[in-house]
Ligand binder design. Structure first.
Ligand SMILES: [Zn+2]
Ligand SMILES: [Zn+2]
Length: 427
């Protein structure tokens, strides 16, 4: 009796350990950068590798999917080859038997002259063969990295072994990690191209949400407040097609697909910005164009597990104070951002702060609160700032196109690439 009980205890302990291990393994993905195809030496430029590593680090910090290992030596009768679009030549090449470690994505990075485009990026393809009972499992592994939602109909997840990205070798780049200049921002471009590698415009689970000219992914629709208008290629949000100072877009342009920055690479969180997966880059000196809440929602809809966004860098706005000489009322005013909620507080002694007036949220522009009963003598006012409650928008759902899923034991997928990522200069 003692032994079985003991052994049962032991197996319970093992089960508990496995459980812990599996929750711990929902750590960040790892991005392995491979410069072996950079035959044109794009990444010989000072600061280029550091900047690309930093952009990859950003994606590592937000994507937490568990991705299966691809290693044909662990299988019997199964083989594969990664199909990669060579960034130096645009030729698709095979890399037979490549080993892709668990939770790892391999990105071949390089450059070539790209005409008017700043960059080209997309996920890799593959060819796969197999025989016997495990062939379909092998096929599924290479296709999905174990993300079962990718096999659903319609597909609701996506993962690839990796992909490739080419940057324009004819461009004079700004490789700064913190600020944009008049030259095209490498950081902004790399963020955009990695968006394509991770499936924006290049995956079946992205395409499944396109209905007509809008993207109906529920996370994106909730973030934008409606189904999101797309550019004609189905691979980008709609182009605002305006590039004007001071902010790089015309605030009154009805074509804008605006969102809020998530706060990266020197750009504060909560700023209005044309979403980064817009097809063209408006290059103006100042902040880098960075990922916005909408871009992250797009990745979420594709099926990526996104870590809860890092807390927005909240910067309290300047508080202006004025006193009405006729009645003694004191008015506090500031410029509000509609992604934040504000509560004015008062105290005559800089402690024991009391709320003054109601919270202000959903306001973009001037906001104010008036103290109609200020005490005699000195009084202090301050503004508490926090994230605004998320607006509840009913997402619209529609049936997505059916996807055929064959019984084939061999198959292939060619690398995807988005062709028309342009750029424009403000001056
Ligand atoms: Zn996923
Ligand atoms: Zn693009």
């Amino acid at each position: 009796m003692l032994f079985p009980a003991k052994s049962r205890n032991r197996s319970l302990m093992v089960a508990a350990t496995v459980c812990i291990a599996s929750s711990a393994s929902s750590d960040a993905i790892e991005i392995e950068i491979d410069y072996s195809l950079d035959a044109n030496g794009f990444f010989n430029q000072p600061g280029s590798k550091e900047a690309f590593r930093a952009v990859c680090d950003y994606f590592e910090s937000i994507l937490t999917d568990d991705l299966a290992r691809i290693d044909q030596s662990e299988w019997t009768g199964e083989t594969w080859a990664a199909r990669v679009r060579n960034p130096a030549t645009d030729v698709v090449e095979s890399i037979p038997g490549k080993v892709i470690p668990a939770d790892t994505v391999v990105i071949y990075a390089g450059g070539r002259p790209l005409g008017g485009s700043l960059g080209r990026g997309g996920p890799g393809g593959y060819s796969v063969t197999g025989t016997g009972a495990d062939a379909q499992a092998w096929f599924n592994l290479v296709e999905t990295r174990g993300e079962s939602g990718a096999l659903q109909v319609p597909p609701r997840d996506f993962a690839s072994w990796g992909g490739s990205v080419a940057f324009n070798t004819s461009t004079t780049w700004n490789f700064s990690l913190t600020s944009a200049t008049g030259n095209p921002s490498f950081v902004s471009t790399a963020l955009h191209e990695l968006g394509h590698i991770f499936g924006v415009g290049t995956s079946a689970s992205w395409t499944a949400y396109i209905i007509g000219s809008v993207f109906t992914g529920p996370k994106s629709a909730a973030s934008f407040g409606a189904n999101v208008p797309m550019s004609g290629d189905g691979a980008h949000w709609r182009d605002d097609a305006a590039c004007v100072l001071p902010n790089g877009y015309n605030p009154l342009n009805p074509l804008n697909v605006l969102s809020k920055t998530v706060g990266q690479f020197g750009t504060p969180a909560g700023l209005d910005q044309i979403a980064r997966m817009d097809p063209s880059s408006c290059q103006i000196p100042g902040n880098h164009l960075v990922f916005t809440e909408l871009d992250l929602a797009g990745l979420d809809d594709i099926g990526w597990d996104i870590t809860s966004a890092p807390p927005a860098e909240i910067v309290a706005p300047a508080l202006a104070i004025s006193r009405n000489p006729s009645n003694g009322h004191v008015t506090l005013s500031w410029t509000a951002e509609n992604s934040f909620a504000y509560q004015l507080e008062e105290s005559p002694i800089l402690s024991g702060w009391q709320d003054l007036g109601s919270p202000v949220s959903g306001v973009s522009g001037p906001a104010s609160v008036t103290d109609t009963t200020p005490p005699t003598g000195a009084n202090f006012y301050r503004l508490e700032v926090g994230p605004a409650p998320a607006p509840v928008t009913p997402p619209s759902f529609a049936s997505a196109p059916e996807m055929w899923l064959g019984e084939a034991v061999h198959g292939s997928r060619e690398p995807a690439v988005v062709e028309n990522c342009g750029g424009c200069a403000a001056h």
